[in-house]
Design a protein around this ligand. Structure first.
Ligand SMILES: [Zn+2]
Length: 90
C-alpha cells in the first residue's frame, strides 16, 4: 500500500469526516457572519473543508455541519453559492 508522500497538511471534510491533503479539498471560510469561498487561503476566519463531490456537500447539510459552525440557522443558498464559487475558481 502506497502512502501519500506529501508534507501537505491534512484537513477533514465536514461531509464525510475523512482527512485528505488540503489541496484536494474545497476550502471555505466563516468569518462570523458569512460563508465564503477561500481559494487563495488568505481570508480571515475559520477554515471549512469539503471534498469536491455532491455527496459530501449533501452530507454536510444533512449533518447540519454548517449550523454547528455558525451556531444558528444557515442560509443554504448562500452556502451553495460559496461552494459553487469555490468549485469554479479551482
Ligand atoms: Zn468528504
Amino acid at each position: 500500500m502506497r502512502r501519500h508522500q506529501t508534507t501537505e497538511p491534512m484537513r477533514r471534510c465536514i461531509g464525510c469526516y475523512h482527512s485528505r491533503p488540503q489541496s484536494e479539498l474545497l476550502r471555505l471560510t466563516y468569518n462570523g457572519s458569512a460563508f465564503k469561498a477561500d481559494t487563495d487561503i488568505r481570508n480571515e476566519g475559520r477554515g471549512i473543508y469539503l471534498c469536491r463531490n455532491d455527496e459530501c456537500i449533501q452530507k454536510s447539510f444533512k449533518r447540519k455541519a454548517w449550523n454547528r459552525i455558525c451556531r444558528s440557522a444557515v442560509n443554504t443558498e448562500e452556502i451553495m453559492r460559496a461552494i459553487e464559487s469555490a468549485l469554479n475558481e479551482n
